[in-house]
Design a protein around this ligand. Sequence first.
Ligand SMILES: [Fe+2]
Ligand SMILES: [Fe+2]
Length: 226
Amino acid sequence: MITVADVKNDEEVKAIMYMAESQIEALGFTEHSVRHSSIVSKWAGEILEQICGDEHRVELARIAGFLHDIGNSVNREDHAQSGAILAYHILTRMGMGYKDAADIMMAIGNHDEHQGLPVSDITSALIIADKADVHKSRVRSNTTRMNVTNISELNIHDRVNLAAEKSGVSVDKETREIILNIVIDTEKCPVMDYFEIYFKRMQLCRRAADFLGWKFVLIINDVHFL
Ligand SMILES: [Fe+2]
Ligand SMILES: [Fe+2]
């Protein structure tokens, strides 16, 4: 079986991910690089491991997590769809079976909140893992330097990410809850700013948890919102 380690070491994957990150950087968006992909890969795998425990599907979720944003190498617009097709071709070229590669293609093609829907267990785990990665390290260093004196002038995405001290996903098997826990420095941005940009994403997370037959719980600064 092709593993996430094989995918990470593949030269074509490395080249495409490098280009995806350089396009995102040129556009001035928050970080979508190997750091983000690795975290999403890890969290998607952990969620599915707790929920279904099928090691084969867990590995597919890890691979989907690692590759989910490679479409940014084509264009930010519709990056989920372009990335899905790219991933299918890379994975079949690497020797993955068509069905597994198609499973990953479908998950990646549905990870974005604009067109995506939870249509499988892997898709659902990927959606939740992706939307959970809100963190100050995703704000670019040139923006961070500017922020020292000008935080109110930052765009809302940078402001929210910069204020996010911590974020993480956990799974409570007893209550069947998937919990997204975020700590926001409210001196840097009000919690309302978070909801302004993340409301649609949180709705998708709730639908993803529903698909799995679990409950999605959002906790910000120890307050339960969902
Ligand atoms: Fe994405
Ligand atoms: Fe992402």
